[in-house]
Design a protein around this ligand. Structure first.
Ligand code: SIN
Length: 291
């Protein structure tokens, strides 16, 4: 456990490739000194967890704003009706259906490895996710340290990705469903799918550390390569990141809040029983164009 002078907060690293528990933080009355410790822990450990959090939605928004200006998911904005009533900064992640309509995003299925909103030009820096209802089993969320994954990349693969970029599909979500308001390419060719282009290796704007930035696997395309070569390179990169010891898994409890750095991590959510209820509230903070 690490203690910090001038703050009541303690930071307990997970002992895994990323992740730390934050203890002793009163989120509703966080001093500037405490917030500085929390923010530094987020930069150091890439994902931080606070347990037993008992805050309301405005406090969730206020805490998120201390990380920066809030961002809104364009796909979500188009689908509508998944925000917390009267608080458009908070998106609901849920499988609950009320009056025949889902109250939130993602359902009960698996959400495959991804980085939030990689398909826009300026993806978010932070996501703050808080649990309000949790199933008895399943629905764990795993995080992957993309800085460690890059550091461990074999030199031959480092050379193959140097200076290269990925186009991140903005049309389809991982499940294959089309985002509302987007246009599918008539050619069916992944090179023609609309999306944002980002370097495969990005440098963290605050820590200066390099990391892989893969976004999500489906419909990704490495610019300038034949599709088959792009697929081979992406397969090699994904085999590397998923095959190494770069992961930490969160088993949700009621009142958990997770804050992760989208610039250097990926995450996935496992499926759970669809008859169970799961509800989380999420804010995202505006980031910078990856370079
Ligand atoms: C997300 O992908 O942002 C949500 C993760 C979760 O449902 O645990």
């Amino acid at each position: 456990m690490l203690d910090h002078v001038g703050s009541t907060i303690r930071v307990r690293p997970s002992g895994r490739a990323l992740g730390a528990d934050i203890e002793g933080a009163d989120l509703a009355n966080l001093t500037d000194a405490d917030f500085a410790v929390l923010r530094q822990a987020w930069l150091d450990h890439l994902v931080i967890r606070l347990r037993g959090v008992d805050i309301d939605d405005p406090t969730h928004v206020a805490l998120s704003r201390r990380f920066g200006e809030l961002d809104f998911n364009p796909g979500t904005r188009l689908t509508g009706k998944v925000y917390v009533e009267g608080i458009p900064e908070i998106v609901k992640i849920s499988n609950i259906v009320e009056n025949g309509k889902p109250v939130g995003e993602l359902g009960a299925g698996e959400a495959d490895w991804h980085t939030d909103m990689c398909f826009v030009d300026t993806p978010p820096s932070a996501s703050l996710l808080r649990s309000l209802e949790i199933p008895a089993a399943g629905g764990d969320t795993s995080y992957l340290n993309m800085e460690a994954a890059y550091a461990a990349l074999p030199e031959a693969l480092k050379a193959r990705v140097a200076g290269r970029s990925i186009k991140h599909d903005a049309v389809y979500v991982s499940s294959g469903k089309q985002r509302p308001g987007t246009v599918a390419p008539a050619s069916g060719d992944i090179r023609d799918i609309a999306g944002a282009v980002h370097p495969i290796v990005r440098t963290h704007p605050e820590t200066g550390r390099p990391s892989l930035y893969l976004g999500k696997r489906s419909n990704a395309y490495v610019l300038g390569l034949e599709v088959a070569d792009s697929e081979r390179l992406l397969d090699a990169l994904w085999a590397h990141v998923l095959g190494g010891d770069f992961i930490w898994t969160q088993q949700w409890r009621l009142g958990d809040m997770l804050i992760w750095d989208n610039r250097c991590t990926m995450h996935r959510r496992e499926a759970f029983e669809s008859t169970e209820r799961r509800l989380l509230h999420r804010c995202v903070v505006k980031g910078q164009k990856p370079v």
